[in-house]
Each structure stands twice: as structure tokens, then as C-alpha cells.
Design a protein around this ligand. Structure first.
Ligand code: NAP
Length: 290
């Protein structure tokens, strides 16, 4: 009996803008490494069209998707079952349909960031933030996704600043009980404050090429400045931090790490990230492979 060859499972990244996303390349590299065959594409979400875009993807037979700016809150609302960390963030970056067709949602941004910070700080992920006060800039989907992980990883304090102060206050309020349980001093601040050892830019400022107006002393020697955005050339925030004497990194490593968690949730196997990060770095920035 002839049977038609099985189509590779379909996944996608949904967002706007999404054209720049390296996620298809990363998941292709993960699949090759794990001996699997998948299709991973990009889907641009027009304003107000998240549910329709997701439904169209499902109608094509997709098994899951990643969700990026600015749709992570929509994704959490769309999910019929949310992980604890996605519920805490009210934001999801990973969706999947189980065998019964139920849409589940999770958020791998926090663990992805922690794994990359551990790499940069050359420390285990569960202790890398001990004794490191954190300043988190932004209160959108990405900030919501990483705040719980920063608190749980043992940061002694996290100050959250956002252009729209009410969003920072709401994000902090949602995480206060968790912070108390972990002995973390968590507060929303009206201005970015100096004194943090780790300054994380989770705003979309670098996407628009805008420099954040940061008071003197926020960025400087002894500070690790981390921009969640990544690019071929140094992002505005990375350039700003480097000019101020801080050590700076962009979010390419986090992108690879959060993707590995998504891949593991969908495919049941966690790929190795170091070779994929090296490959991406080489492709994006023309650096030689180590
Ligand atoms: P989002 O939900 O749309 O939130 C945007 C955030 O940026 C809000 O806090 C917003 O402030 C702020 N913002 C936008 N433009 C700004 C400006 N010019 N100055 C100051 N603040 C500004 O987006 P998101 O999902 O949180 O994504 C944020 C960034 O993180 C994006 O660049 C995204 O690519 C990146 N990201 C990277 C990874 C990774 O794996 N590397 C993962 C997730 C996200 P208001 O509330 O005042 O509007």
C-alpha cells in the first residue's frame, strides 16, 4: 500500500516586525542537530489580528509557535492552559497544541535570559545573580517574562523602570508576593537608579534606534549591561553602555537559549546551544567560528 510521505511538523514565529527574526534559522539548526525534520516560518501579525493569524496557522496544521513583540500578552490570553511562569508574567512566548487540540502557553524568556547571563558571568544559573542588584528597564512582554526568573534566581534587589510608570507599578505588584518569598527587594522606580550591577534593557528602544535617557552612573565600569535586542551591529543600548565603560552584551544568546527551551517543550529533546550560538554569531556578525 502506498502512503503519502509525512509532511514535516510546522512551527512559526508570530510578531510585528518579524522579518528580522533569526528564530527559523535557530530551530532549523536545532532540528538538524537532533536528527529531526521540521518546518519553521515567520508570520507577521497585523494590528489586532493575533487571534486570526494564530487560527490561520493552526488551519495549516501547525503544532506550535513562538510569539514575539508585541503579541506576548495576546498569546497568554489565547492559551487555554498556561504554565505557572507564563501566568505570573501574563505573557507567553511559546504556544503549542496538544494531541487533544488544547492550546497551551508557556514563557521561556526568563530561563533563556538566566542561562545566557550565567554564560556571561561564568557562574551556575542558580547562583549567578546572588549579590547582584538588578535594574530592569521596561515593562512590556519581555520584561514581564524575565522578572519572575530574576527574582527566583536570587537577585538581592530588582528595580523596575518603565517610560509608562503605571505599567512598571502593575508588573511589580504582580510579582511582590514572589519577591517576598525569595527575599528580593522589588520596587518600581520613577527614574533609572544607579547602583545596579546588572542593567537589563527590556524596552523596545533599540528597535527604534532610540537611546534611553539614563542618569549618570547607571552605566559604568563594574556594570554588566544586557540588551534583550540583538543585531548585526552593536545596538544603541550596547553602544551607550560600552561608551560609559560598562561591559555590554546583546540578546543573541538569550534568543538561542529561550528557543532551546521552546524546542524542548515541542519536541521532547533539549538541543545543545553553544554550537548554535557560535554559528548564529558567525552568520550575523561575520565572526569566525571558534
Ligand atoms: P513590548 O511588549 O511591545 O514592550 C515594549 C517596551 O518597550 C515597553 O516597556 C515600552 O514602554 C518600551 N519602549 C518602547 N519604545 C521605547 C522607547 N523609545 N523608550 C523607552 N521605552 C520604550 O515589547 P517586548 O516584547 O517587551 O520586547 C522588548 C524588546 O525585547 C524588543 O526589542 C524585543 O526584540 C526584545 N526581546 C528579545 C528577546 C531575546 O530572546 N533576545 C526576547 C524577548 C524580547 P511603554 O510601556 O512606555 O510603551
Amino acid at each position: 500500500m502506498n502512503s503519502a510521505p509525512r509532511q514535516p511538523d510546522l512551527y512559526a514565529v508570530l510578531g510585528n516586525p518579524v522579518e528580522h527574526s533569526r528564530s527559523p534559522r535557530i530551530h532549523q539548526l536545532f532540528a538538524e542537530q537532533c536528527g529531526q525534520t521540521i518546518r519553521y516560518e515567520r508570520r507577521r501579525v497585523e494590528p489586532g489580528a493575533f487571534a486570526a493569524t494564530l487560527a490561520a496557522l493552526r488551519a495549516e496544521g501547525a503544532r506550535g509557535c513562538n510569539v514575539t513583540v508585541p503579541c506576548k500578552f495576546d498569546a497568554a490570553r489565547a492559551a487555554q492552559r498556561l504554565s505557572e511562569r507564563a501566568a505570573l508574567a501574563s505573557a507567553a512566548n511559546t504556544l503549542g497544541w496538544d494531541d487533544a487540540g488544547v492550546l497551551w502557553g508557556d514563557n521561556t524568556d526568563g530561563i533563556g535570559l538566566l542561562r545566557d547571563l550565567a554564560r556571561l558571568l561564568d557562574a551556575p544559573a542558580d547562583t549567578a545573580l546572588h549579590a547582584r542588584p538588578v535594574l530592569l528597564l521596561g515593562a512590556g512582554g519581555a520584561a514581564a517574562g524575565v522578572l519572575g526568573a530574576l527574582v527566583q534566581a536570587g537577585a538581592p534587589s530588582v528595580a523596575v523602570w518603565n517610560r509608562s510608570t503605571d505599567r512598571a507599578a502593575a508588573l511589580v505588584a504582580a510579582h511582590l508576593a514572589l519577591a517576598q518569598r525569595h527575599g528580593c527587594a522589588l520596587a518600581a522606580v520613577a527614574q533609572p537608579i544607579a547602583g545596579a550591577a546588572l542593567v537589563i534593557n527590556a524596552t523596545a528602544s533599540s528597535l527604534g534606534g532610540d537611546a534611553l535617557q539614563l542618569p549618570a552612573g547607571v552605566l559604568g565600569p563594574g556594570v554588566l549591561a544586557y540588551d534583550l535586542m540583538y543585531a548585526a551591529a552593536p545596538t544603541v543600548f550596547v553602544a551607550q553602555a560600552s561608551a560609559a565603560g560598562a561591559r555590554a552584551a546583546d540578546g543573541l544568546g538569550m534568543l538561542v537559549e529561550q528557543a532551546a527551551e521552546s524546542f524542548a517543550l515541542w519536541r521532547g529533546v533539549r538541543p545543545r546551544t553553544a554550537p548554535v550560538l557560535a554559528q548564529l554569531d558567525a552568520e550575523l556578525r561575520g565572526r569566525p567560528m571558534p
